[in-house]
Design a protein around this ligand. Structure first.
Ligand SMILES: *Cc1c(COP(=O)(O)O)cnc(C)c1O
Length: 393
């Protein structure tokens, strides 16, 4: 039989899958209307509500990757002529703009330089006196590593009576997101990043207010497949066939959610925060400078500038071939200029970050920009120790 590499996945997703989730993937499948499977679906919905911290009835894993969640979050609530504002400071927000434009809505884009968060005061100014049906933002912009504070944006959406739509593809499962308390109407994610499941599902939660916007549409949703009024009939109490659920993936998601609940979301968030801080300390000691300012860094992704004279592709292919580690390069304007290092879900561990720092140290020395031996690992160790002391203090 062919052998497959088992990589140490430290990119921005997919992340390492726990053996229990692989086992769940191979659960014998039933029909998608089997009473046993319907029970699993019900369980998955409850666990997703707890993960999103939202008691919204319509909470389901959409079939498809994170981008399917994005598309569902936009096309269900936008119609031709609607006014929508997308806050963009990176590649994934631009994808939202692309999808929103295809609905025929009037799309206003408020652009922020890549690497900076959106300034809510500016959004308030630019939207003053305008009608707005939807305000859309990305929580963790994986192309830049910026974490966008959501509360001030939620307040602006509320002031305009607009639906607040947020992309949490990279952040859900790696930090606490108080979807309902913040006032997010539509929050979507992906299964393969901090949730710890293979790619292929996009958890989404939708407020009653957003569902009433969907029910009051003048015309049908442009996508039949992602029309939540149809999908909801299968996932809700009606249980009518819409499309065949990806049964095996839903078993896998259910087990990934069990793992999250066993660890506890607070403990899991603390793990992500501690490990990314230690990784960041180690990367700085290696001369790799982070892109976002400290207070806007995602707790599950480090983005660092590639030093002058270092060959991006050579380092990344050596990391993969010699050390079995995957990290990612930059997207769009940051191609060749940035490394994106994920510590998502099971990938976020002390062992992985220390190994990566040791390997990077060797490869950077080969590129002629070496530091003192052990500098990266040693800085990370100190950060881990002080985090442990802080917990026990
Ligand atoms: C990964 C990602 C997406 C896209 O998800 P896919 O699973 O690749 O379709 C969207 N938004 C953000 C912020 C992401 O990190």
């Amino acid at each position: 039989m062919e052998t497959f590499p088992q990589r140490i996945l430290l990119g921005p997703g997919p992340s390492i899958i726990d053996p229990r989730v692989y086992r769940a993937l191979s659960t014998p499948i039933t029909g998608h209307m089997d009473p046993h499977f319907l029970g699993v679906m019900k369980e998955v919905r409850s666990k997703l509500r707890r993960l999103f911290r939202a008691d919204y009835e319509v909470t389901i894993p959409v079939s498809g990757t994170g981008s399917a969640g994005m598309e569902a979050a936009l096309v269900n609530f936008l119609e031709p002529g609607d006014d929508v504002c997308v806050l963009s400071g990176g590649f994934f927000a631009d994808r939202m703009v692309n999808i929103a434009r295809r609905t025929g809505a009037n799309v206003q884009v408020i652009e922020t330089e890549w690497g900076l968060p959106t300034d809510p005061a500016r959004v308030s100014r630019e939207l003053a006196g305008k009608r707005l049906k939807m305000l859309a933002a990305v929580h963790g912009e994986t192309s830049t590593g910026v974490l966008q504070p959501l509360e001030p944006l939620a307040a602006i959406a509320q002031k305009h009576g607009a639906l607040f739509v947020v992309d949490t593809v990279a952040t859900l499962g790696g930090m606490v997101i108080e979807t309902e308390k913040i006032g997010i109407d539509v929050c979507y994610s992906g299964s393969q990043k901090c949730v710890g499941c293979p790619p292929g599902l996009a958890p989404i939660t939708v407020s009653e207010r957003a569902m009433s916007v969907l029910r009051a549409r003048k015309g049908p949703v442009q996508s039949w497949y992602l029309d939540l009024s149809g999908v909801e009939k299968y996932w809700g109490t009606e249980r009518t066939y819409h499309h065949t659920a990806p049964i095996s993936l839903i078993y896998a998601l259910n087990e990934a959610l069990n793992l999250i609940e066993e660890e506890g979301l607070d403990a899991r968030s603390a793990r992500h925060a501690r490990n990314i801080a230690a990784l960041g300390a180690g990367l700085s000691a290696l001369g790799l400078e982070p892109l976002p300012a400290r207070e806007y860094r995602m707790p599950m992704l480090a983005t660092v500038r590639i030093p002058a004279g270092v060959d991006d592709m050579r380092v990344r292919s050596r990391l993969l071939e010699r050390f079995n580690i995957e990290i990612a390069g930059g997207l769009g304007a940051f191609k060749g200029k940035l490394w994106r290092i994920g510590m998502m879900g099971s990938s976020s561990s002390e062992g992985n970050l220390l190994l990566l720092l040791a390997a990077l140290e060797i490869l950077l020395a080969e590129e002629g920009v070496g530091r003192a031996k052990g500098a990266g690992v040693s800085a990370a160790q100190s950060a881990l120790e002080s985090a442990t002391e802080a917990v026990h203090a």
